[in-house]
Write a protein that binds this ligand. Structure first.
Ligand SMILES: C[S@@+](CC[C@H](N)C(=O)[O-])C[C@H]1O[C@@H](n2cnc3c(N)ncnc32)[C@H](O)[C@@H]1O
Length: 260
């Protein structure tokens, strides 16, 4: 595979894990502990924490893909695909030759995803595999589309993940990212702050006994670049016609780009 990025950090480099500074070499391990800990209750917590909103956001995200409903072949790569929400929505709303590879770094999240995909009878259309967004195990120019939903803020080197997205897409392929972003509506931003820092960690503790993981999830949202800065990073990775669509006042946003 060409152009695989060198993501080996300088010894001693610090980075952020939520609001904490940690050695860069340890960050992915800490992220993996979070998802290993929450995997079995991840779907339930998503519904509780977002009041079901994440379902609407994900449906809108998958609709933007415009996958073929007829017989045309289409290959999606869903990175950080976790328990399969994006890949499943895509497979259920597209034609029989639209297939997906779901790649995730966490064996526990993949195990949950496999169970869901099998229960829906989608095993022949969705393949699940372990992989790191920063060094994807796929050849150049393999996929028609690349999606990543609520995944990229967990990645240590976002620039490396974006370059990998560009590398594995075919010419004419589309990059779509759904991620929490900067709320741009006054008052709603205050409510959102309260919900994030007061409600979510407590909900996490009550339902899973694990407030810390949910504290990380909330803090990592605040560390993530806002709409404009993230769009600039996508352009820097080589994507063109980059655009942003805010969801619920910017609490979440969909970034789109094309490999032309
Ligand atoms: C918040 S979940 C999102 C899951 C799913 N996309 C969804 O929208 O429900 C984040 C996922 O990112 C995965 N992840 C974290 N770091 C990763 C990396 N470097 N490469 C691939 N997946 C990663 C985690 O294992 C977890 O499954």
């Amino acid at each position: 595979m060409s152009n695989t990025p060198n993501t080996t950090p300088e010894p001693g480099t610090q980075t952020s894990f939520g609001f904490r500074a940690v050695p860069e070499t340890e960050r992915q391990g800490l992220v993996n502990q979070v998802f290993s800990s929450v995997a079995s209750r991840y779907d339930l917590m998503n519904d509780l924490m977002s009041g079901g909103l994440h379902r609407l956001w994900k449906s809108e995200f998958v609709a933007m893909l415009g996958a073929p409903r007829g017989d045309s072949p289409f290959k999606l790569l869903d990175v950080a695909g976790g328990t399969g929400d994006i890949a499943i929505r895509y497979a259920e709303s597209s034609g029989p030759n639209a297939t997906a590879v779901l790649a995730d770094i966490s064996p526990e999240m993949l195990a949950e995803g496999r169970t869901k995909v099998a229960a829906r009878g989608l095993g022949s259309r969705i393949r699940l595999t372990q992989g790191n967004a920063e060094a994807l195990p796929f050849p150049d120019r393999t996929f028609d589309a690349y999606t990543i939903a609520f995944g990229i803020r967990n990645v240590t080197h976002i620039d490396a993940a974006l370059r990998e997205a560009h590398r594995v897409l075919k010419i004419g392929g589309r990059f779509l990212c759904l991620e929490f972003s900067e709320c741009q509506v006054p008052l709603l931003d205050r409510l959102y702050d309260f919900h994030s820092f007061e409600v979510i960690p407590r909900l996490g503790k009550l339902t899973t006994g694990d407030a810390e993981s949910y504290q990380y999830l909330v803090e990592s949202i605040r560390r993530f670049p806002n709409q404009e800065k993230f769009a600039a990073m996508i352009r820097d990775a080589g994507f063109e016609r980059v655009s942003v669509r805010n969801l619920t006042g910017g609490i979440a946003a969909i970034h789109s780009g094309w490999k032309l």
